[in-house]
Ligand binder design. Structure first.
Ligand SMILES: [Zn+2]
Length: 189
């Protein structure tokens, strides 16, 4: 499995759902980090379109408790991998998606500037699906071959105390075994 990225930063094999929640990366800022997240909306519920709505600012604030606050946030990620392995892209890899918030990677703040954010549909309480790992590993290897990515980390590692995703079920050892071209560490680094 391979997910070629075109010159404009889009993976043509992904389903495209364009998010307005992005802007330009700062000048001379190479993409050096992958950030793994997990998300499900409502929390713990899989399927449906609420994550897509969140990332496109069309979430119904009355649909579920907590959505009123969520619907006011402008957030996105570059990619979402659904439970069945479907790959959705919201933001060009060349643009800055708004996924990490206040964050720091080995002392360097503002991780959105130099990272690609990949969401797995899931949560802290459930293992991820085989199909999700298959697509994640293939996507990560493609991105590592396309951009000068040096490390793969989790949202919880770059925003400790504030974020827990991708959570305790995420299998970092499996990533380590299958992404050989990532020289500077994985997980917490
Ligand atoms: Zn996250």
């Amino acid at each position: 499995m391979w997910f070629p990225v075109d010159a404009s930063g889009w993976v043509r094999r992904a389903r495209q759902v364009v998010s307005p929640n992005c802007d330009a990366r700062p000048p001379r800022t190479p993409i050096t980090l992958l950030v793994i997240h997990s998300i499900s909306l409502p929390p713990g519920h899989f399927g449906g379109d609420h994550v897509l709505r969140l990332f496109t600012n069309t979430l119904d604030p009355t649909a579920y408790p907590g959505y009123a606050e969520l619907a006011q946030q402008q957030v996105s990620a570059h990619f979402l991998i659904r439970r069945d392995g479907e790959l959705i892209q919201f933001v060009s890899c060349l643009q800055r998606a708004w996924h990490a918030g206040v964050s720091r990677w080995r002392g360097r703040p503002h991780c959105n500037a130099f990272s690609i954010g990949i969401e797995l549909e899931g949560g802290d309480d459930a293992p991820f699906e085989e199909a999700q790992y298959d697509v994640l590993i293939a996507l990560a290897n493609t991105l590592c071959a396309t951009y000068p990515i040096r490390a793969v980390t989790g949202h919880s590692h770059i925003a400790p105390g504030r974020k827990t995703d991708p959570g305790p079920h995420f299998d970092w050892a499996r990533l380590r075994d299958h992404i050989p071209d990532c020289p500077n560490g994985m997980g917490s680094g």
